[in-house]
Design a protein around this ligand. Structure first.
Ligand code: ACM
Length: 758
């Protein structure tokens, strides 16, 4: 008996071993972004070509919409026209099928040699299956009359219930058309939440019927310092800047988003970031009335007061907002409400005592609670930025954690749901790279890789607390993104990395992600989605080396192999492969690209190097003398191309680190003017009425080695090139470039600098 038992146990053990040794089905990598939860390879393939039928298994309006969306997407991106219809027989067709039993946003995608089936329990699931299938059909960017899909089985569902992006339409206004196109691009990443920052100090952008001055007054700001291009020739006065969304436009956008499984979370800021509203209706304020709708960036003192009439106003506004936005959540901001006005107001202080609140933070807590009660009574839930935790928040309130993840952790530990949206790395208005030609953005840099590597599961949370982390969000503030294309450019492709954080199961796979990125960039190109390819593009850096140049090639992601040519022809995978700095004679044209598996990942970098180019530096490749700056686009010059300046407008001062000055006797600087920030900043006294660009050796207090008067540039609202002598100081030196000026406006900025002759 004992023996038999032992034999049995051994058999079980062996069987167990055998079971364990059956190889798992092969895991396949597709180019789908965000990566699906489960992908296994099948056998055979199915070919999609013009005329392939796209069927709904059932006659169902949601399914019909999804098949229409899918075929339109394929037509736009591949020029391939498929046929839609209804039918039970999937043979030879792509069939979308509603079936019970799957999670709300889950789908299953099966490609077999007979056809393709997308199965889901909801419209959202069908939509996401359609997006994944479209991605399978756009893996290669090459045009083709038909596409062969390898057999594959995908089962997919999101990691986080809420996957969002925020766009700031207050600091700069984007058209309703742009908002729709942005929402369209979001859907392609399986985002389901659009947080719309609709009001701020610099503009009120949502029509409220009961309070027309919110938009007739609050939606418009007048530049405090107008350059030539800001003057309206008809009136001789500065042109107001602004705009707003009508309620009809908003209803259209809400419906457009809902079609794409995107809920819009409108944000109405209170009690701070309220200058535009208080400008429209000064009785809402707590202190001195604002001088105007704000024109600068930063944190401003205007706070709503806590009179019943003001709560009445806010409730009226929220009533109209709730009628427009059917989603469960209303964001009330709550961030950066500096309490100076409340502290200074005798009336507010008296009200605080009457309300028995201990301090101004607690008064904000009272404010939040009162609004929360109103929203709850109307079946909605309040969300605020993490500052709302400071005054104590109502049980049902959600928090958007932006000052790191700590607010989200605190919220989760105290039983509140939270969305993680930390500045580092989820602020997508931060620049994605430095260097000449980079788009504007807030000064710090959030790399594609940083966004990808964000850990949405803070270690200090227990599994039960982690369940309160309901969403992941990226924010695109618009201070430095004055054009709508720049908003999209800031978002993509970093939003693809964020989508993978929010959707795909852990652990993530950076190498796989960047490998999939080249297909994604191709999709952006095919659909005309403004985006950046900087993370994949080869960056060339050069310095003088004897009579030639030492050249370094790299790409930000470190992905792929860099191949280059020196004869102006495009490199191929058989061109020389870059592995170490190149020492090249001059002049030389370097053409370089990053390749993976024989495919070029993005555009080529072409650089014509000569002796002069080694002595030139772009402002975006310099260091700011003082802290955080921003890369700002000029104010649309009347003539000349637009320029990007990397600047701290409070202290406009740059360091060119380690400049080679041997043989250098002159300097040429391309300078331009940008509008002053709110603060006048550091102003060095000028020697001439229009001021000068001063060049100092080794540090900003060092010997002055060149002075370029600004007079020739004053009347030019485009970039002006100034040239002057530079006192010889052979050797390698840091060079400080700083402007003198008699008045705060304009602020002068460096575009690029050329030293000569070497
Ligand atoms: C924020 O960035 N003030 C939420």
């Amino acid at each position: 008996m004992k023996k038999a038992f032992a034999a049995l146990a051994l058999t079980a053990l062996l069987l167990g071993c055998q079971t364990g040794s059956i190889p798992p089905p092969p895991r396949v990598t597709t180019s789908i972004i965000p990566a699906p939860a489960g992908v296994t390879a099948g056998q055979g393939s199915f070919t999609v070509s013009a005329g392939t039928r796209v069927l709904c298994a059932q006659a169902n309006a949601d399914c019909t919409w999804v098949t229409g969306y899918f075929t339109e997407l394929l037509k736009r991106s591949r020029g391939l026209q498929l046929l839609t219809g209804t039918g039970e027989d999937p043979k030879g067709a792509i069939q979308f099928r509603l079936a019970g039993g799957m999670a709300p946003e889950a789908y299953r995608l099966d490609v077999v040699s007979d056809g393709v089936t997308v199965t889901a329990s909801t419209r959202a699931g069908l939509l996401y299956g359609a997006v994944s299938l479209w991605q399978l059909l756009t893996e290669s960017n090459a045009a083709a009359a038909s596409m062969k899909l390898a057999s594959v089985h995908i089962t997919d569902a999101p990691r986080f219930a809420m996957r969002g992006l925020m766009v700031d339409s207050a600091r700069h206004f984007q058209s309703a058309q742009f908002i729709k196109s942005f929402i369209d691009a979001m859907a392609l990443h399986k985002f389901n939440s659009f947080h719309w920052h609709l009001v701020d100090d610099q503009g009120w952008r949502i029509e409220i019927k009961k309070y027309p001055k919110l938009t007739s007054v609050g939606a418009w700001r007048t530049p405090n310092q107008a350059g030539l291009k800001d003057i309206d020739p008809a009136t001789g006065k500065p042109k107001p800047y602004g705009g707003f969304y009508t309620q009809d436009q908003i209803r259209e956008i809400v419906a457009y988003a809902r079609d794409r499984n995107i809920t819009i979370i409108p944000e109405i800021e209170m009690p701070g970031h309220a200058t535009a509203a208080i400008m429209a209706y000064p009785s809402l304020g707590s202190g001195d009335a604002p001088r105007g709708v704000e024109t600068g960036w930063g944190v401003f003192p205007q706070l709503f007061n806590v009179d019943d009439a003001t709560f009445g106003f806010l409730e009226d506004v929220l009533t109209e907002v709730m009628a427009l936005f059917p989603g469960s959540y209303i964001h009330i901001g709550g961030d950066e409400a500096i309490k100076d006005q409340w502290k200074a107001s005798a009336k507010i202080q008296t009200q605080m005592r009457a309300l028995n609140v201990s301090d101004e933070k607690a008064l904000q807590g009272y404010f939040t609670a009162r609004i929360e009660k109103f929203l709850s009574a109307h079946g909605r839930r309040l969300i605020g930025w993490d500052e709302i935790l400071e005054g104590g928040i109502p049980a049902s309130a959600w928090v958007t954690s932006w000052r790191g993840v700590e607010g989200g952790i605190l919220a989760a530990k105290t039983g509140h749901d939270a969305v993680l949206s930390p500045e580092i790395p989820n602020y997508l208005d931060w620049r994605q790279a430095s260097g000449a030609g980079e788009a504007p953005g807030a000064g710090r840099i959030n790399l594609l890789r940083q966004v990808y590597d964000f850990n949405p599961a803070p270690e200090s949370l227990t599994p039960a607390q982690q369940r309160h982390i309901v969403g992941i969000q990226g924010n695109i503030w618009a201070e430095y993104l004055p054009l709508e294309d720049l908003v999209a450019n800031a978002a993509f492709p970093r939003a693809a990395a964020l989508a993978e954080v929010a959707w795909s199961p852990a652990p993530k796979d950076w190498d796989g992600f960047v490998a999939r990125m080249s297909a994604q960039l191709g999709r952006y190109r095919a659909l005309d989605i403004p985006h950046s390819e900087t993370a994949m593009k080869v960056k060339l850096q050069s310095r003088a080396e004897g009579a030639g140049a030492a050249v370094t090639l790299s790409n930000q992601t470190g992905f792929g192999e860099i191949h280059y040519t020196l004869d102006g022809t495009p490199p191929t995978p058989s061109s020389p492969r870059y592995s170490a700095p190149l020492i090249l004679p001059l002049p030389t044209t370097v053409t370089a690209g990053a390749f993976h598996n024989g495919h070029l990942l993005t555009y080529l970098t072409v650089s014509e190097l000569d002796r002069a180019s080694l002595y030139r530096r772009d402002g975006q490749d310099m260091k700011l003398c003082d802290g955080r700056g921003a890369a700002v686009l000029d104010d649309a010059p009347a003539t000349g191309p637009r320029a990007v300046f990397f600047i701290n407008a409070v202290r406009p001062c740059w360091i060119w680190e380690k400049a080679e000055l041997t043989g250098v006797t002159s300097i040429t600087a391309a300078v331009g003017q940008v509008t002053a920030s709110r603060k006048p900043g550091v102003m060095l006294p000028p020697a001439t009425p229009d001021g000068e660009l001063e060049v100092h050796l080794d540090s900003c207090d060092g010997t002055r080695i060149a002075v370029l008067p600004l007079a020739p540039a004053v009347k030019n609202d485009a970039v002006t090139t100034l040239k002057g002598a530079l006192a010889p100081h052979p050797g390698v030196h840091d060079v400080c470039l700083v402007f003198t000026r008699a008045k705060p406006d304009p602020v002068w900025a460096i575009n690029w600098v050329q030293l000569g002759p070497p």
